[in-house]
Design a protein around this ligand. Structure first.
Ligand code: PLP
Length: 395
């Protein structure tokens, strides 16, 4: 009785669900401490203490009808202004509250902006490897996903390949930096090159192409690396931000879109996004969390913990003979599978109670993603398994 479209979607989702079930099954047999589940991007460090404090302050001090009530579909005006001011201070931009739409996480924001922009058949370009849910989000609005193959030397977008895929039907390009699943931060040179291609193609075809910067990992970077703020490089940029990872609040579903005045057809885009937020059924982003994050914009999670995990995992894997790029941000490491078939490789890892996600789920077969947002001890205990796995392929 379910829709034909959902039949396919349910089948695809079951791969991830099966992994989750498998983790539980292995934990029952071997004990949870002997199962190394690197499959989920669920933050392992606690939210900063300010979150709890501000939740209590707001509940105790603010008017309950305001805190729990409806507001504009775009969010509380004061919260949006506070976020705009904070961005301006950090990135020398000139946003106002009118440029900000509070959303139900990055997922909500992406669906809002894609609903706002897409006509059926419009093309949305993504760079492999990419967050697999983009495929579903684009499909929600009958768009067509166009995938640019990866440059496996450094996993920066391949701009020459990109250029060949831009057509008069291209409506949007989604980038994600720091990247899930590679942990790569797109360099300023890459961003400038991307903007160059987009500007040229907009002119050539006489169209508007929106660059959607999906950046839930902006704050999770190592070695003080800079993550360029994309609105400064290309006028038609829309930013999708989330507090899921930066403040370890994925279940609270809170984020925002930035729609700068400079984007083509700004007034209609921002107006339509406001309506899309309502009619997609979000209505507005969670009210209490809007008020909480506005008070915690400078709070930070314990990135040093993720960094310890990154160092241990990366250097250990390299020592055992694996090929991978040292992640510069997020909490993922993208390792080359030791055989061509990444699914078979993930299955071989499972024999050592190591759960990792095949790169095919990110449009990039031949690799696997290791989410190292886990306890340090889990990584430590998993290492003999990784070493044995490598040995199995070297003999
Ligand atoms: N975009 C990317 C690249 C992600 O990795 C995720 C979550 O893992 C999301 C979007 C969705 O994040 P949110 O929890 O804010 O909806």
């Amino acid at each position: 009785m379910i829709s034909n479209k959902m039949v396919g979607l349910v089948q695809n989702s079951s791969i991830i669900r099966a992994m989750f079930e498998e983790g539980k099954r292995l934990a029952d047999i071997y004990g949870a401490e002997n199962v190394y589940d690197f499959s989920l991007g669920n933050p392992s460090v606690e939210p900063p203490k300010e979150i709890r404090e501000e939740i209590l302050n707001i509940i105790n001090m603010e008017d309950a009808n305001l805190v729990h009530g409806y507001m504009s579909n775009s969010g509380y005006q004061d919260v949006r202004t506070t976020i705009a001011d904070s961005l301006n201070k950090r990135f020398q931009t000139s946003f106002t509250g009118e440029n900000i739409i509070m959303t139900v996480g990055a997922a909500g924001g992406l669906n809002v902006i894609l609903k706002t922009l897409l006509n059926p058949g419009d093309e949305v370009i993504v760079f492999s490897p990419f967050f697999g849910e983009y495929r579903n989000y684009v499909d929600n609005f009958d768009g067509k996903l166009v995938v640019v193959p990866p440059d496996i030397n450094d996993f920066q977008p391949d701009l020459a390949e990109f250029e060949t895929r831009v057509t008069e039907k291209t409506k949007a390009v989604i980038v994600n930096t720091p990247n899930n699943p590679t942990g790569v931060v797109y360099s300023e040179t890459t961003i400038k090159g991307l903007a160059d291609v987009l500007n040229r193609k907009q002119k050539e075809f006489g169209i508007s192409i929106y660059l959607i910067s999906d950046e839930p990992y902006r704050e999770l970077v190592y070695d003080s690396i800079e993550v360029p703020y994309l609105t400064k490089y290309y006028n038609n940029t829309i930013v999708g931000y989330s507090f899921s990872k930066s403040l370890s609040l994925p279940g609270e579903r809170i984020g925002y879109l930035v729609i700068p005045n400079e984007v083509d057809d700004y007034t209609n885009v921002v107006g339509a996004a406001n309506v899309a937020n309502r009619i997609l059924g979000f209505v507005n982003a969670p009210s209490l969390m809007q008020r909480v994050v506005a008070r915690c914009l400078d709070a930070e999670v314990d990135i040093a913990s993720y960094n310890r995990n990154r160092e241990l995992l990366y250097y250990s894997l390299r020592e055992y003979g694996y090929t991978c790029i040292k992640p510069e941000g997020a909490f993922y490491l993208f390792v080359k599978a030791l055989e061509e078939d990444d699914k078979a490789f993930a299955a071989a890892a499972k024999k050592h109670n190591i759960l990792i996600v095949p790169g095919s789920s990110f449009g990039c077969p031949g690799y696997c993603r290791i989410a190292y947002c886990v306890a340090y001890e889990t990584i430590k205990r998993s290492l003999p398994g990784f070493e044995k796995l490598a040995k199995e392929y070297s003999t």
